[in-house]
Design a protein around this ligand. Structure first.
Ligand code: THU
Length: 139
């Protein structure tokens, strides 16, 4: 189960991890550097940065790189997300894109998502960012 909200310490750790990851962005095409960090149900943090490609459509968002890092370490079957933070050096609002919302929903439909909104840091449930996400359930 996800917490109702993050402790201030967990929020700070998650944002710090995302900010540190931003420094590892590979973004020569957009020049927008993005860092993301995921907090697992067991309290571990994994981070990633956007990874662009000369064939632009192959570029990976920071959120999906962070999820892949967590899955590589823990095994996807063991991955449950409590919270995700996204930071960017882009000056405007930077919510996770639709594709990333869908990927995050696979591992944490109730996860808290932290990102810069219109009026500063937002902390919202993924289910509010992506209601009725596509999930395969038995029967
Ligand atoms: N990007 C992310 O890393 N996460 C998002 O949720 C949206 C976009 C990246 C992709 C690309 O490298 C750059 O931001 C500009 O779109």
């Amino acid at each position: 189960m996800s917490p109702v909200s993050l402790t201030p310490a967990a929020r700070r750790r998650l944002l710090e991890a995302a900010t540190a990851a931003l420094g590892k962005a590979y973004a020569p095409y957009s020049a927008i550097r993005v860092g993301a960090a995921v907090l697992t149900s067991e309290g571990r943090i994994f981070a990633g940065a956007n990874l662009e490609n000369a064939s632009y459509g192959l570029s990976l968002c920071a959120e999906r790189v962070a999820v892949a890092a967590a899955a590589a370490a823990l095994g996807g079957e063991n991955l449950r997300l409590q919270a995700v933070a996204v930071v960017s050096d882009h000056p405007g609002p930077f919510p996770p894109c639709g594709a990333c919302r869908q990927v995050l929903a696979e591992f944490g439909p109730e996860a808290l998502i932290l990102y810069r909104g219109e009026a500063g840091l937002e902390e919202v449930r993924l289910a509010d960012l992506l209601p009725r996400s596509f999930l395969l359930r038995p029967g």
